[in-house]
Design a protein around this ligand. Structure first.
Ligand code: AGV
Ligand code: CA
Length: 502
């Protein structure tokens, strides 16, 4: 069967994907360092080193059936070359493959001047300050193009390429050396938005059609798609179905058996605010999971052309009968995807049952103690330094009145302590269940002061004021992350004379 027989129907596509997954030919592939890996699929990862790229890379490194031959950093992607390569080496060390060669590609698009927002790039350059193991492997003095070309030329069997960023490197390479496509088994591309809107979020004027990776270098994308190499596109159409949910995050919290899984959890923790509000997806991890075993997805044949002209459709991946033939991932079993990711990152078999996430009695007891201190010391005594110890930086409290972050909450507590004297607080931690703690609180004080703003910006009444509230606190790794509070507002308002007493 021709590798490039893309006119085949859907069932054939799925059949081919299954065939590729279960019947990989056994081979003997010599690595650049001379180690021989039998029966493994050779893979090149071309990444732009964003947060979800890290997850995808660790996943691919953990797959026992893959042999990662090289990792190339996209110079036009989210991380810059130098920090991107260094971070990639640390990540390879974490993944147990410190010797995988790393190189970077050109730093400007082949055409145009599209770039990622600089603050995204800076965040990825610093890798969110997460600790990673050292890697003393010297960087080969070689461009990404030369590294990819040498892996392709030396591999006795066709190589799978997984691209997780803009296509600048591969576009440049395949234009210069079109014969290399004979050494490529498949290029799995995270990119494009076929029948759904793009994801530029207003960063590129009126453009609501393009996905970031393709938008950065549309010409390079067209060169790859039109190269004749077999391509499977993993566009927003399918990645939109795998948001990184809060539920997934919480499951991950209790299922971290390996340093790799723990790192991924901590990286996600840095972006909890983002996970909470939605809008973060498993773009690259889904692409990695499909690249390792395409049977998880429905892949349909399609012909696509990338719009290269500047304007509101620049970088759009448009269906066009005259476009390049390729496979497009359109559907995935989201549950199986999540389980696969957790299992492989945790070093388990792909289809192992997920472990029950049980929280120990000790941890629940510890959580109760933290909540007790939070209310007696932070609320009861306005100890702001203790607040910094006990609460996560992205702490948020939701109430029947509003949502406050840590600084705002401390401001409110400060106001209470300015207005009330002789404060007493009774804290009754009534239950701990899993990672949540339920508490009933009564705070009393004499209304003898005035705060510059808020409800206490009134003449002191001298009355005794009583606040009652019920709180559910959610803790992650011994830190307060989120609280839900209902409090009695009417009582205090009557006591300071805002409302008439009944
Ligand atoms: O468009 C998805 C690609 C993926 O390769 N990237 C992120 C993934 O690594 C760009 C991107 C889209 N939306 C983003 C992105 C966001 N809100 N923050 C950072 N990167
Ligand atoms: Ca990426």
């Amino acid at each position: 069967m021709s590798k490039r027989g893309w006119s085949a129907g859907l069932s054939l596509w799925i059949g081919m994907a299954l065939f590729a997954a279960v019947a990989l030919p056994v081979s003997v592939g010599a690595q650049p360092d001379g180690i021989v890996q039998e029966g493994l699929t050779p893979v090149i990862i071309d990444t732009d080193m964003a947060l979800d790229d890290w997850i995808a890379i660790l996943y691919l490194l953990q797959r026992p059936d893959l042999d990662i031959k090289a990792l190339t950093v996209t110079g036009t992607g989210e991380a810059h070359c130098k920090p991107g390569m260094s971070n990639a080496q640390h990540l390879l060390a974490l993944g147990g493959k410190p010797e995988v060669p790393v190189a970077c590609g050109r730093e400007t698009p082949l055409q145009g001047d599209h770039v990622f927002p600089l603050d995204w790039r800076n965040g990825m350059d610093s890798m969110l300050s997460l600790p990673l193991p050292a890697n003393t492997t010297p960087l080969p003095e070689i461009t990404a193009n030369d590294l990819i070309a040498s892996v392709l030329n030396e591999s006795p069997e066709p190589v799978t390429i997984v691209t997780l960023g803009p296509l600048t490197t591969l576009g440049e390479l395949l234009e210069a050396q079109p014969g290399l496509i004979d050494h490529i088994n498949m290029i799995y591309i995270m990119g494009g938005a076929v029948n759904v809107p793009g994801n530029l979020l207003g960063f590129a004027g009126e453009n609501t059609t393009a996905e970031w990776n393709i938008y950065i270098d549309p010409h390079a994308a067209n060169l790859v798609l039109a190269s004749g190499a077999p391509v499977t596109l993993v566009p927003l159409d399918v990645t939109n179905t795998v948001p990184i949910t809060w539920d997934f995050y919480r499951q991950f919290q209790h299922d971290r058996q390996t340093p790799q899984a723990d790192f991924v959890f901590r990286a996600l923790s840095k972006n909890r605010w983002f996970l909470r509000q939605g809008g973060y997806y498993f773009w690259d991890p889904l692409t990695a999971v499909i690249a390792a075993d395409a049977s998880i997805a429905v892949i349909e044949p399609q012909t696509i052309r990338v719009i290269e002209d500047e304007g509101p459709e620049s970088g759009r991946t448009r269906i066009d009968p005259a476009g390049s033939p390729m496979g497009i991932a359109t559907q995935v079993d989201g549950e199986r995807f999540g389980a696969t990711l957790l299992n492989v990152l945790n070093g388990r078999a792909v289809d192992a049952p997920l472990p029950d996430v049980l929280i120990s009695a000790e941890e629940m007891q510890r959580n109760k103690g933290i909540v007790l201190r939070w209310y007696t010391e932070v609320w009861g005594k306005a100890e702001t330094l203790v607040a910094d110890q006990l609460a996560a930086r992205d702490y948020v409290i939701h109430s029947n009145a509003d949502n406050l972050d840590l600084a705002q909450l401390l401001g409110s507590i400060e106001q209470i302590h300015t207005a009330l004297s002789d404060i007493e607080i009774s804290v009754d931690v009534v239950a701990a269940e899993g990672d949540r703690v339920a508490t009933m609180i009564v705070l009393r004080g004499l209304h003898t002061g005035t705060s510059p703003e808020g409800v206490f910006a009134v003449e002191p009444t001298g009355n005794e004021i009583t606040f009652r509230m019920n709180v559910v606190s959610y803790l992650v790794d011994g830190e307060l992350v989120e609280e839900w509070v209902t409090f009695d507002m009417m009582g205090p308002l009557m006591m300071i004379g805002y409302l008439p007493a009944p």
